[in-house]
Design a protein around this ligand. Structure first.
Ligand code: ZN
Length: 584
């Protein structure tokens, strides 16, 4: 087949099928028309020669339509094989995307997934050190790492922080600018959007970088974490780094040369700012997939980082510690709660054995909390009327607080009411928990032991949230020796009221309250289950029964972040199916 004329003439002749693909100028001696179905026409102006390549079926259709269009004066395709087919149908067939070459996105052979790691830690935690350890370890897995600093890469680019040689002024200015950006956009995730935009720009081409990780340092708002999870789903992991107050204070005064007053001010401010658009590091920390402890020893930090990455890359012999297991069980217990505000879970253990569990819910007569019941005949599952809070249609604590506030406002002289009402409403009265009908998870774990006659003395308590002061006094009295928690609970007065019997210091003789360290409940299931998680199944032995020789360089991320949507994957599946049908 040949065509003598200009490229414009050729394009004009083939105009009816142009919408099925695109023209490319390879060089001045070769033009190409490529259909989405991967049929390719090459035209060589010097000789007028036309050749075809690509998907066999598409080439057949493309050839037939080109032949017909070049030979006829009309703009209709005369198809010799099936004369009834219309030009539109022909074009639509040529437009079906050929995706069979991308089947590796839907089987388990894709292994170059990008990885996005977010870091969260209160101010004064040496996060750059954590980032460095991750970068070094990822090299063993043939991963390159790029760092994204929220302050200098994002805030400095979209905002205008004042640069200062004074470290305190510099940090404060970045904090304020971050708050301003959140407030003015009325979007607490704006800095996460900045991080995603930055990653997109670093990629240069609209395709994933092979074996590349991005570390975002650091996140300060729950909305940022939610946004990054939405964007990157299984490819995003949040690491919460815990460092105690003394260590953070030392880092700020020694490494960053702040005065002690400046260090204290920054630490207080960073943890939890009052305003909605401020930094909420404490609320962000507990959303982590992994919790690591930076006690100042880089060796311990390194071991924790290595274990996380080995787990992410499917090392088959990493199993949970007892703390991780017990905390996952506490989380699991929390899921049975029907409480209107939050789900909390607790587990009581002794000698690494679970003795009872608890969740927050309304108590029922003769012991325990409400469960929904199954009707043996109809199989309908329902709660009894008037039992749980949702069946009563209200949260008794919220109602009582409202009545107290209204009572105080009514008692005020009328002329002050309007002015004082908002102040009373936002006062600490709203922190009262006294009037809730639910038994707290920690209390239910203690009561559950009592019901079954198991002593609570010398046991450990794992709770998904820091205990309130009401539970705390009962925990002390029950003889618990150690309490491990994930989520902070700022309203709790436990440490203040019981400083004589509760301590955060591990070497104290008091009841120890300590933050959870390890793989959090969020990633426990996905990473420890050998075959039920969203990643590929983990195999631990060969056909001959020998253990697998796992090597970093060949390992691949357990959950691969696919650079295509479910709609794309569906198209790939359909294309693969057609190929199978052709072959059968
Ligand atoms: Zn409580």
């Amino acid at each position: 087949m040949r065509f003598d004329g200009s490229i414009e003439d050729l394009k004009k002749k083939l105009e009816p099928i142009t919408s099925a693909g695109e023209w490319y100028e390879i060089n001045e001696n070769q033009y190409q028309f490529k259909t989405r179905s991967n049929g390719i026409l090459n035209w060589f102006p010097a000789t007028g020669g036309i050749s075809f390549q690509g998907n066999a079926e598409s080439v057949k259709k493309l050839k037939s339509s080109v032949q017909s269009l070049l030979n006829s004066e009309t703009k209709k395709i005369q198809n010799i094989d099936s004369p009834t087919i219309s030009t539109e149908e022909f074009v639509s067939e040529l437009s079906i995307e050929d995706t069979t070459e991308k089947t590796y996105f839907i089987d388990n052979t894709y292994s170059d997934s990008e990885l996005i790691i977010g870091l969260v830690g209160t101010i004064g935690t040496d996060l750059p050190e954590v980032s460095k350890l991750i970068t070094d370890r990822l090299k063993a897995f043939n991963y390159k790492t790029q760092n994204i600093k929220i302050s200098t890469d994002i805030i400095a680019n979209i905002g205008t922080p004042t640069e200062s040689i004074n470290e305190f002024d510099r940090i404060s200015s970045y904090m304020e600018e971050g708050n301003r950006l959140r407030k003015e956009s009325r979007d607490n995730s704006i800095l996460a959007l900045g991080a995603a935009a930055r990653i997109s720009k670093l990629r240069e081409k609209p395709e994933p970088l092979r074996r590349n990780a991005f570390i975002i340092n650091s996140l300060k708002s729950p909305a940022e974490v939610q946004k990054l999870r939405k964007i990157y789903s299984d490819g995003f992991f949040l690491i919460g780094v815990h460092a105690d107050h003394t260590r953070r204070y030392e880092y700020l005064t020694k490494d960053k040369s702040l005065t002690s007053e400046q260090a204290s001010r920054l630490i207080d401010r960073d943890a939890d700012e009052r305003e909605i658009y401020g930094q909420h590091t404490s609320d962000t920390y507990h959303l982590s997939d992994f919790f690591i402890d930076y006690n100042g020893s880089s060796d311990s930090l390194k071991k924790q980082v290595w274990r996380i990455l080995d787990l992410l890359f499917g090392k088959p012999y990493i199993t949970p510690t007892f703390d991780e297991y017990a905390m996952f069980m506490a989380f699991s217990a929390s899921l049975r709660s029907a409480d209107l505000s939050r789900q909390v879970g607790a587990v009581l253990t002794r000698d690494r054995c679970i003795i009872s569990t608890g969740a927050n819910d309304v108590p029922k007569a003769h012991g325990g909390l409400y469960w929904p019941d199954t009707d043996p005949k109809t199989r309908e599952i329902a709660d009894i009327p008037d039992g749980r809070d949702y069946m009563r249609g209200e949260d008794s604590n919220a109602i009582q607080k409202k009545l107290i506030i209204e009572g105080i406002i009514d008692a005020l002289p009328e002329k002050y009411r309007e002015e004082l009402a908002p102040l009373i409403k936002s006062s600490k009265i709203k922190d009262i928990t006294e009037y809730g009908r639910v038994v707290h998870a920690e209390m239910e774990a203690l009561l559950s032991s009592a019901r079954s006659g198991v002593s609570t003395a010398e046991s450990d308590l794992y709770c998904t949230t820091f205990p309130c002061h009401n539970c705390a006094k009962h925990i002390v009295a029950a003889g618990i020796k150690r309490v491990v928690y994930v989520e902070p609970y700022p309203k709790s007065k436990a440490l203040q009221f019981h400083s004589d019997s509760i301590s955060l210091e591990k070497d104290s003789n008091n009841v120890i309250f300590e933050p959870f360290i390890g793989v959090g409940p969020r990633s426990f299931f996905n990473l420890f289950s050998t075959n039920l998680g969203s990643g590929y199944p983990v195999v631990r032995k060969t056909d001959q029964g020998e253990t697998i020789d796992w090597k970093e360089a060949d390992a691949k991320l357990r959950t691969q972040m696919l650079p295509c949507s479910y709609m794309d994957r569906e198209t790939i599946a359909a294309a693969l199916l057609s190929r199978y049908i052709e072959e059968i």
